[in-house]
Design a protein around this ligand. Structure first.
Ligand SMILES: Cc1cc2nc3c(=O)[nH]c(=O)nc-3n(C[C@H](O)[C@H](O)[C@H](O)COP(=O)(O)OP(=O)(O)OC[C@H]3O[C@@H](n4cnc5c(N)ncnc54)[C@H](O)[C@@H]3O)c2cc1C
Length: 384
Protein backbone atom coordinates (compact mmCIF):
# COMPACT_ATOMS: atom_id res chain seq x y z
CA UNK A 1 0.00 0.00 0.00
CA UNK A 2 1.90 3.10 -1.20
CA UNK A 3 -0.66 5.71 -0.15
CA UNK A 4 -0.94 6.10 3.63
CA UNK A 5 -4.35 4.91 4.85
CA UNK A 6 -7.05 6.40 6.99
CA UNK A 7 -7.00 4.14 10.06
CA UNK A 8 -10.07 3.67 12.23
CA UNK A 9 -9.65 2.02 15.63
CA UNK A 10 -12.95 0.41 16.67
CA UNK A 11 -15.70 -1.43 14.80
CA UNK A 12 -18.71 -0.18 16.78
CA UNK A 13 -21.40 2.17 15.48
CA UNK A 14 -18.92 5.07 15.55
CA UNK A 15 -16.19 3.30 13.58
CA UNK A 16 -18.56 1.83 11.00
CA UNK A 17 -20.62 4.99 10.52
CA UNK A 18 -17.49 7.04 9.80
CA UNK A 19 -16.26 4.36 7.38
CA UNK A 20 -19.60 4.28 5.55
CA UNK A 21 -19.90 8.07 5.34
CA UNK A 22 -16.28 8.39 4.23
CA UNK A 23 -16.78 5.90 1.41
CA UNK A 24 -19.66 8.01 0.08
CA UNK A 25 -17.14 10.82 -0.40
CA UNK A 26 -13.96 8.94 -1.22
CA UNK A 27 -13.88 5.55 -2.92
CA UNK A 28 -10.12 5.29 -3.29
CA UNK A 29 -8.16 6.21 -0.17
CA UNK A 30 -7.23 2.99 1.61
CA UNK A 31 -9.05 2.54 4.93
CA UNK A 32 -7.92 0.10 7.62
CA UNK A 33 -10.25 -0.70 10.52
CA UNK A 34 -8.64 -2.29 13.58
CA UNK A 35 -10.85 -3.90 16.18
CA UNK A 36 -10.19 -5.69 19.44
CA UNK A 37 -13.40 -7.68 18.86
CA UNK A 38 -14.88 -9.78 16.01
CA UNK A 39 -15.27 -6.68 13.84
CA UNK A 40 -18.79 -7.54 12.66
CA UNK A 41 -21.48 -4.88 12.38
CA UNK A 42 -24.46 -4.90 14.74
CA UNK A 43 -26.76 -2.45 16.45
CA UNK A 44 -25.74 -2.29 20.11
CA UNK A 45 -29.08 -0.82 21.32
CA UNK A 46 -30.73 -4.13 20.42
CA UNK A 47 -28.84 -5.90 23.21
CA UNK A 48 -31.13 -4.59 25.94
CA UNK A 49 -34.35 -5.76 24.35
CA UNK A 50 -33.43 -9.00 22.65
CA UNK A 51 -34.00 -11.65 25.33
CA UNK A 52 -37.79 -11.61 25.44
CA UNK A 53 -37.95 -11.93 21.66
CA UNK A 54 -35.42 -14.77 21.80
CA UNK A 55 -32.82 -13.10 19.59
CA UNK A 56 -29.49 -14.91 19.45
CA UNK A 57 -26.21 -13.02 18.95
CA UNK A 58 -26.04 -14.28 15.36
CA UNK A 59 -29.53 -12.92 14.70
CA UNK A 60 -28.39 -9.52 16.00
CA UNK A 61 -25.20 -9.49 13.92
CA UNK A 62 -26.03 -7.65 10.68
CA UNK A 63 -22.85 -8.54 8.81
CA UNK A 64 -19.52 -10.21 9.53
CA UNK A 65 -16.19 -8.36 9.31
CA UNK A 66 -15.51 -10.01 5.92
CA UNK A 67 -18.84 -8.84 4.49
CA UNK A 68 -18.32 -5.32 5.81
CA UNK A 69 -14.79 -5.23 4.39
CA UNK A 70 -16.15 -6.11 0.97
CA UNK A 71 -19.11 -3.75 1.16
CA UNK A 72 -17.12 -0.70 2.29
CA UNK A 73 -13.78 -1.52 0.60
CA UNK A 74 -11.93 -1.67 3.91
CA UNK A 75 -9.16 -3.79 5.30
CA UNK A 76 -10.49 -5.05 8.63
CA UNK A 77 -8.21 -6.47 11.30
CA UNK A 78 -10.48 -8.20 13.82
CA UNK A 79 -9.26 -9.50 17.21
CA UNK A 80 -6.38 -7.01 16.95
CA UNK A 81 -5.59 -4.53 19.68
CA UNK A 82 -3.75 -1.23 19.21
CA UNK A 83 -1.15 -0.85 21.92
CA UNK A 84 0.37 2.57 21.29
CA UNK A 85 0.03 5.61 19.06
CA UNK A 86 2.92 7.83 18.08
CA UNK A 87 1.44 11.13 16.84
CA UNK A 88 4.91 12.49 15.90
CA UNK A 89 5.67 9.73 13.37
CA UNK A 90 1.94 9.16 12.58
CA UNK A 91 2.29 5.47 13.32
CA UNK A 92 0.48 3.07 15.59
CA UNK A 93 1.74 -0.17 17.04
CA UNK A 94 -0.34 -3.30 17.52
CA UNK A 95 0.02 -5.67 20.47
CA UNK A 96 1.85 -8.04 18.09
CA UNK A 97 4.52 -5.34 17.58
CA UNK A 98 3.44 -4.62 13.99
CA UNK A 99 3.56 -0.93 13.07
CA UNK A 100 0.94 0.76 10.88
CA UNK A 101 1.40 4.27 9.48
CA UNK A 102 -1.63 6.50 9.00
CA UNK A 103 -2.59 9.60 7.03
CA UNK A 104 -5.41 10.30 9.48
CA UNK A 105 -6.40 8.32 12.55
CA UNK A 106 -9.91 7.94 13.99
CA UNK A 107 -10.37 6.85 17.61
CA UNK A 108 -13.75 5.13 17.91
CA UNK A 109 -12.80 3.20 21.04
CA UNK A 110 -16.11 3.17 22.94
CA UNK A 111 -16.40 3.01 26.72
CA UNK A 112 -15.92 0.47 29.50
CA UNK A 113 -18.70 -0.51 31.88
CA UNK A 114 -18.06 0.97 35.33
CA UNK A 115 -17.58 -1.75 37.94
CA UNK A 116 -18.92 -1.11 41.43
CA UNK A 117 -16.49 -1.63 44.28
CA UNK A 118 -18.35 -4.52 45.92
CA UNK A 119 -17.01 -6.53 48.82
CA UNK A 120 -17.17 -10.31 48.97
CA UNK A 121 -15.84 -13.38 47.20
CA UNK A 122 -18.34 -13.32 44.31
CA UNK A 123 -17.74 -9.78 43.10
CA UNK A 124 -16.01 -11.03 39.94
CA UNK A 125 -19.20 -12.90 39.00
CA UNK A 126 -21.11 -9.69 38.30
CA UNK A 127 -21.92 -9.47 34.57
CA UNK A 128 -22.37 -6.42 32.36
CA UNK A 129 -23.49 -6.16 28.75
CA UNK A 130 -21.70 -3.66 26.52
CA UNK A 131 -21.13 -5.70 23.36
CA UNK A 132 -22.31 -8.76 21.47
CA UNK A 133 -19.90 -11.13 23.24
CA UNK A 134 -21.20 -9.90 26.63
CA UNK A 135 -24.73 -10.62 25.41
CA UNK A 136 -23.71 -14.21 24.58
CA UNK A 137 -22.21 -14.53 28.09
CA UNK A 138 -25.45 -13.24 29.61
CA UNK A 139 -27.52 -15.75 27.63
CA UNK A 140 -25.22 -18.59 28.72
CA UNK A 141 -25.36 -17.48 32.36
CA UNK A 142 -29.17 -17.31 32.27
CA UNK A 143 -29.50 -21.00 31.31
CA UNK A 144 -31.68 -22.68 33.92
CA UNK A 145 -31.83 -19.55 36.11
CA UNK A 146 -34.91 -17.80 37.50
CA UNK A 147 -33.89 -14.66 39.36
CA UNK A 148 -31.81 -11.72 38.16
CA UNK A 149 -30.76 -8.66 40.14
CA UNK A 150 -29.75 -5.56 38.23
CA UNK A 151 -27.45 -2.95 39.74
CA UNK A 152 -28.47 0.45 38.38
CA UNK A 153 -31.86 1.87 37.43
CA UNK A 154 -30.62 4.02 34.57
CA UNK A 155 -31.57 3.65 30.92
CA UNK A 156 -29.79 0.35 30.32
CA UNK A 157 -30.77 -1.11 33.73
CA UNK A 158 -34.47 -0.33 33.18
CA UNK A 159 -34.41 -1.69 29.63
CA UNK A 160 -32.84 -4.96 30.78
CA UNK A 161 -35.28 -5.13 33.71
CA UNK A 162 -38.24 -4.88 31.35
CA UNK A 163 -36.76 -7.35 28.87
CA UNK A 164 -35.79 -9.93 31.51
CA UNK A 165 -39.21 -9.67 33.20
CA UNK A 166 -40.91 -10.14 29.82
CA UNK A 167 -38.68 -13.18 29.24
CA UNK A 168 -40.06 -14.74 32.45
CA UNK A 169 -37.34 -13.96 35.00
CA UNK A 170 -37.96 -12.55 38.47
CA UNK A 171 -36.19 -9.21 38.35
CA UNK A 172 -34.98 -6.87 41.08
CA UNK A 173 -33.38 -3.50 40.44
CA UNK A 174 -31.17 -1.71 42.96
CA UNK A 175 -30.17 1.93 42.78
CA UNK A 176 -28.78 4.48 45.17
CA UNK A 177 -31.15 7.06 43.65
CA UNK A 178 -34.71 7.22 44.94
CA UNK A 179 -36.20 6.88 41.44
CA UNK A 180 -35.41 5.09 38.19
CA UNK A 181 -33.74 7.16 35.46
CA UNK A 182 -32.81 9.79 38.03
CA UNK A 183 -30.62 11.69 35.57
CA UNK A 184 -33.17 11.79 32.74
CA UNK A 185 -36.61 12.10 34.35
CA UNK A 186 -38.20 14.45 36.86
CA UNK A 187 -39.47 12.62 40.00
CA UNK A 188 -43.06 12.18 38.74
CA UNK A 189 -41.74 10.65 35.48
CA UNK A 190 -39.52 8.29 37.47
CA UNK A 191 -42.44 7.27 39.67
CA UNK A 192 -44.64 6.60 36.61
CA UNK A 193 -41.97 4.41 34.99
CA UNK A 194 -41.42 2.59 38.27
CA UNK A 195 -45.15 1.79 38.61
CA UNK A 196 -45.31 0.46 35.04
CA UNK A 197 -42.21 -1.69 35.48
CA UNK A 198 -43.54 -2.97 38.82
CA UNK A 199 -46.78 -3.91 37.07
CA UNK A 200 -44.61 -5.84 34.58
CA UNK A 201 -43.09 -7.80 37.49
CA UNK A 202 -39.97 -5.81 38.42
CA UNK A 203 -39.16 -5.16 42.10
CA UNK A 204 -37.22 -2.00 42.97
CA UNK A 205 -34.88 -1.42 45.91
CA UNK A 206 -34.20 2.31 45.70
CA UNK A 207 -32.21 4.71 47.85
CA UNK A 208 -29.74 1.98 48.77
CA UNK A 209 -26.55 0.48 47.39
CA UNK A 210 -25.21 -3.02 46.85
CA UNK A 211 -22.37 -3.66 49.30
CA UNK A 212 -21.35 -7.30 49.52
CA UNK A 213 -21.81 -10.39 47.38
CA UNK A 214 -21.06 -13.97 48.32
CA UNK A 215 -21.72 -17.23 46.48
CA UNK A 216 -23.77 -19.73 48.51
CA UNK A 217 -24.02 -22.94 46.46
CA UNK A 218 -26.14 -22.23 43.39
CA UNK A 219 -27.10 -18.68 44.26
CA UNK A 220 -25.58 -15.32 45.12
CA UNK A 221 -26.22 -13.60 48.41
CA UNK A 222 -26.25 -9.85 47.99
CA UNK A 223 -26.24 -7.53 51.00
CA UNK A 224 -27.44 -3.97 50.55
CA UNK A 225 -26.36 -0.87 52.50
CA UNK A 226 -29.85 -0.89 54.03
CA UNK A 227 -29.02 -4.26 55.59
CA UNK A 228 -31.48 -6.10 53.35
CA UNK A 229 -30.26 -9.42 51.97
CA UNK A 230 -31.23 -10.67 48.51
CA UNK A 231 -30.78 -14.18 47.13
CA UNK A 232 -30.34 -14.12 43.38
CA UNK A 233 -29.16 -16.43 40.61
CA UNK A 234 -27.41 -13.74 38.67
CA UNK A 235 -26.16 -10.17 39.07
CA UNK A 236 -26.11 -7.79 36.13
CA UNK A 237 -24.42 -4.43 36.53
CA UNK A 238 -25.66 -1.40 34.57
CA UNK A 239 -24.23 1.50 36.53
CA UNK A 240 -22.74 3.46 33.66
CA UNK A 241 -19.85 3.66 31.25
CA UNK A 242 -16.43 5.27 31.37
CA UNK A 243 -14.96 6.52 28.04
CA UNK A 244 -11.86 4.57 26.96
CA UNK A 245 -9.18 7.24 27.20
CA UNK A 246 -6.04 5.28 28.22
CA UNK A 247 -4.66 4.70 24.70
CA UNK A 248 -4.98 8.40 23.86
CA UNK A 249 -3.63 9.57 27.20
CA UNK A 250 -0.54 7.36 26.88
CA UNK A 251 0.10 9.00 23.48
CA UNK A 252 0.10 12.44 25.12
CA UNK A 253 -3.36 13.33 23.78
CA UNK A 254 -5.45 15.55 26.07
CA UNK A 255 -8.26 13.75 27.89
CA UNK A 256 -10.82 14.86 30.41
CA UNK A 257 -13.89 12.68 31.08
CA UNK A 258 -13.54 11.53 27.47
CA UNK A 259 -10.93 12.16 24.79
CA UNK A 260 -11.13 15.93 24.39
CA UNK A 261 -12.00 17.03 20.85
CA UNK A 262 -12.81 20.27 19.05
CA UNK A 263 -16.00 20.87 17.05
CA UNK A 264 -14.12 19.26 14.13
CA UNK A 265 -13.60 16.22 16.37
CA UNK A 266 -9.85 16.71 16.31
CA UNK A 267 -7.91 15.68 19.42
CA UNK A 268 -5.12 17.82 20.83
CA UNK A 269 -2.70 16.89 18.02
CA UNK A 270 -2.87 16.93 14.23
CA UNK A 271 -4.59 14.30 12.07
CA UNK A 272 -6.14 12.36 14.95
CA UNK A 273 -9.90 12.48 15.58
CA UNK A 274 -12.27 10.86 18.06
CA UNK A 275 -16.02 10.25 18.18
CA UNK A 276 -18.62 8.05 19.85
CA UNK A 277 -18.64 6.87 23.46
CA UNK A 278 -14.91 7.63 23.92
CA UNK A 279 -15.09 11.30 22.92
CA UNK A 280 -15.88 14.51 24.76
CA UNK A 281 -17.05 17.22 22.36
CA UNK A 282 -16.88 20.68 23.92
CA UNK A 283 -17.46 19.25 27.38
CA UNK A 284 -20.18 16.80 26.32
CA UNK A 285 -19.91 13.02 26.51
CA UNK A 286 -23.06 11.79 24.74
CA UNK A 287 -23.04 7.97 24.65
CA UNK A 288 -25.98 7.58 22.27
CA UNK A 289 -26.59 6.66 18.64
CA UNK A 290 -27.83 9.99 17.26
CA UNK A 291 -24.74 12.00 18.25
CA UNK A 292 -22.62 9.33 16.55
CA UNK A 293 -24.60 9.69 13.30
CA UNK A 294 -24.14 13.48 13.23
CA UNK A 295 -20.49 13.33 14.31
CA UNK A 296 -19.66 10.65 11.72
CA UNK A 297 -21.09 12.68 8.83
CA UNK A 298 -19.06 15.75 9.76
CA UNK A 299 -15.92 13.75 10.40
CA UNK A 300 -16.17 11.87 7.09
CA UNK A 301 -16.13 15.21 5.27
CA UNK A 302 -13.18 16.39 7.35
CA UNK A 303 -11.27 13.19 6.54
CA UNK A 304 -12.07 13.75 2.86
CA UNK A 305 -10.28 17.13 3.11
CA UNK A 306 -13.41 19.30 3.61
CA UNK A 307 -13.14 20.34 7.28
CA UNK A 308 -16.66 20.27 8.73
CA UNK A 309 -17.48 21.08 12.35
CA UNK A 310 -20.09 18.86 13.95
CA UNK A 311 -23.52 20.27 14.70
CA UNK A 312 -25.89 18.48 17.06
CA UNK A 313 -29.61 19.17 16.67
CA UNK A 314 -31.98 18.19 19.48
CA UNK A 315 -31.56 14.42 19.85
CA UNK A 316 -34.34 12.86 21.98
CA UNK A 317 -33.58 9.33 23.23
CA UNK A 318 -36.17 6.59 23.02
CA UNK A 319 -36.23 4.35 26.09
CA UNK A 320 -36.91 0.76 25.07
CA UNK A 321 -39.22 -0.25 27.91
CA UNK A 322 -42.33 -1.70 26.22
CA UNK A 323 -44.13 -1.69 29.60
CA UNK A 324 -43.82 2.10 29.51
CA UNK A 325 -42.95 3.76 26.20
CA UNK A 326 -40.79 6.78 26.99
CA UNK A 327 -38.78 9.40 25.20
CA UNK A 328 -36.51 11.96 26.81
CA UNK A 329 -34.59 14.99 25.76
CA UNK A 330 -32.77 16.09 28.90
CA UNK A 331 -31.95 19.80 29.15
CA UNK A 332 -28.32 20.78 28.82
CA UNK A 333 -26.83 20.50 32.29
CA UNK A 334 -26.58 23.80 34.12
CA UNK A 335 -29.28 25.50 32.01
CA UNK A 336 -31.61 27.38 34.39
CA UNK A 337 -35.27 26.38 34.20
CA UNK A 338 -38.04 24.37 35.80
CA UNK A 339 -40.03 21.23 35.11
CA UNK A 340 -43.78 21.54 34.63
CA UNK A 341 -45.61 18.24 34.69
CA UNK A 342 -49.00 17.08 33.42
CA UNK A 343 -49.83 13.58 34.50
CA UNK A 344 -52.70 11.09 34.62
CA UNK A 345 -52.88 7.31 34.85
CA UNK A 346 -52.08 6.96 31.12
CA UNK A 347 -48.98 9.07 30.85
CA UNK A 348 -46.70 11.92 31.79
CA UNK A 349 -45.80 15.04 29.85
CA UNK A 350 -42.96 16.83 31.61
CA UNK A 351 -41.56 19.96 30.01
CA UNK A 352 -38.39 21.69 31.11
CA UNK A 353 -38.77 25.39 30.35
CA UNK A 354 -36.27 28.20 30.61
CA UNK A 355 -36.72 31.59 32.21
CA UNK A 356 -38.66 32.94 29.20
CA UNK A 357 -40.89 29.89 28.95
CA UNK A 358 -38.87 28.41 26.06
CA UNK A 359 -38.75 24.62 25.83
CA UNK A 360 -35.30 23.28 26.77
CA UNK A 361 -36.03 19.60 27.33
CA UNK A 362 -38.76 17.06 27.90
CA UNK A 363 -39.66 13.67 29.30
CA UNK A 364 -42.70 11.97 27.78
CA UNK A 365 -44.04 8.67 29.10
CA UNK A 366 -46.96 6.43 28.15
CA UNK A 367 -49.58 8.40 26.21
CA UNK A 368 -47.41 11.50 26.65
CA UNK A 369 -45.15 10.17 23.87
CA UNK A 370 -47.85 11.06 21.31
CA UNK A 371 -46.56 14.63 21.36
CA UNK A 372 -42.92 13.72 20.77
CA UNK A 373 -42.67 15.08 17.21
CA UNK A 374 -44.50 18.35 17.80
CA UNK A 375 -42.39 19.03 20.88
CA UNK A 376 -39.11 17.89 19.31
CA UNK A 377 -39.54 20.59 16.67
CA UNK A 378 -39.51 23.21 19.45
CA UNK A 379 -36.34 21.98 21.16
CA UNK A 380 -33.13 23.97 20.79
CA UNK A 381 -30.10 22.42 19.10
CA UNK A 382 -27.68 20.74 21.52
CA UNK A 383 -24.74 22.34 19.70
CA UNK A 384 -25.32 24.87 16.88
C1 LIG B 1 -27.31 -2.36 26.14
C2 LIG B 1 -27.21 -1.01 25.48
C3 LIG B 1 -28.34 -0.41 24.96
C4 LIG B 1 -28.27 0.83 24.36
N1 LIG B 1 -29.40 1.41 23.86
C5 LIG B 1 -29.32 2.61 23.26
C6 LIG B 1 -30.48 3.23 22.69
O1 LIG B 1 -31.59 2.69 22.77
N2 LIG B 1 -30.35 4.42 22.07
C7 LIG B 1 -29.15 5.06 21.96
O2 LIG B 1 -29.07 6.14 21.37
N3 LIG B 1 -28.02 4.50 22.49
C8 LIG B 1 -28.08 3.31 23.13
N4 LIG B 1 -26.95 2.74 23.64
C9 LIG B 1 -25.65 3.44 23.45
C10 LIG B 1 -25.08 3.17 22.06
O3 LIG B 1 -25.28 1.83 21.70
C11 LIG B 1 -23.60 3.53 22.05
O4 LIG B 1 -23.52 4.94 22.25
C12 LIG B 1 -22.86 3.17 20.78
O5 LIG B 1 -23.15 1.87 20.34
C13 LIG B 1 -21.35 3.32 21.01
O6 LIG B 1 -20.64 3.03 19.84
P1 LIG B 1 -19.06 3.23 19.76
O7 LIG B 1 -18.69 2.82 18.38
O8 LIG B 1 -18.69 4.58 20.25
O9 LIG B 1 -18.46 2.21 20.84
P2 LIG B 1 -18.39 0.60 20.84
O10 LIG B 1 -19.55 0.01 20.17
O11 LIG B 1 -18.11 0.22 22.25
O12 LIG B 1 -17.12 0.25 19.96
C14 LIG B 1 -15.80 0.40 20.43
C15 LIG B 1 -14.87 -0.41 19.53
O13 LIG B 1 -13.51 -0.08 19.85
C16 LIG B 1 -12.74 -1.29 19.88
N5 LIG B 1 -11.53 -1.02 20.67
C17 LIG B 1 -11.44 -0.44 21.88
N6 LIG B 1 -10.13 -0.33 22.25
C18 LIG B 1 -9.39 -0.86 21.23
C19 LIG B 1 -7.99 -1.02 21.00
N7 LIG B 1 -7.06 -0.61 21.86
N8 LIG B 1 -7.60 -1.61 19.84
C20 LIG B 1 -8.51 -2.01 18.91
N9 LIG B 1 -9.85 -1.86 19.09
C21 LIG B 1 -10.28 -1.29 20.21
C22 LIG B 1 -13.74 -2.30 20.46
O14 LIG B 1 -13.34 -3.61 20.19
C23 LIG B 1 -15.02 -1.90 19.68
O15 LIG B 1 -15.01 -2.49 18.40
C24 LIG B 1 -27.00 1.50 24.28
C25 LIG B 1 -25.86 0.90 24.83
C26 LIG B 1 -25.95 -0.34 25.43
C27 LIG B 1 -24.72 -0.98 26.03
Amino acid sequence: MSEKPVVIIGSGLAGYTVAREFRKLDQNTPVIMISADHGGFYSKPMLSNALASGKTPSAILNASAEKMAEQLKLIIRPYTRVKTIDPASKTLTLESGEEIPYRQLVLALGADPIRLQLEGGAREEVLSVNDLDDYQRLRDALEGKKTVTILGAGLIGCEFANDLAAAGYQVRVIDISTQPLGRLLPPSGGAFLQRKLEAAGVTFHLGTAARHVERIHESLRLTLASGEVIQTDLLLSAVGLRPRTALAEAAGIAVNRGITVTRSLQVSCADIYALGDCAEVEGRVLPFVMPIMHAARGLAATLAQAPTPVRYPAMPVLIKTPACPAIVSPPDSGKPGDWSVEEDEHGVKALFQGEKGELLGYALLGMGTKEKNTLAAQLPAVME
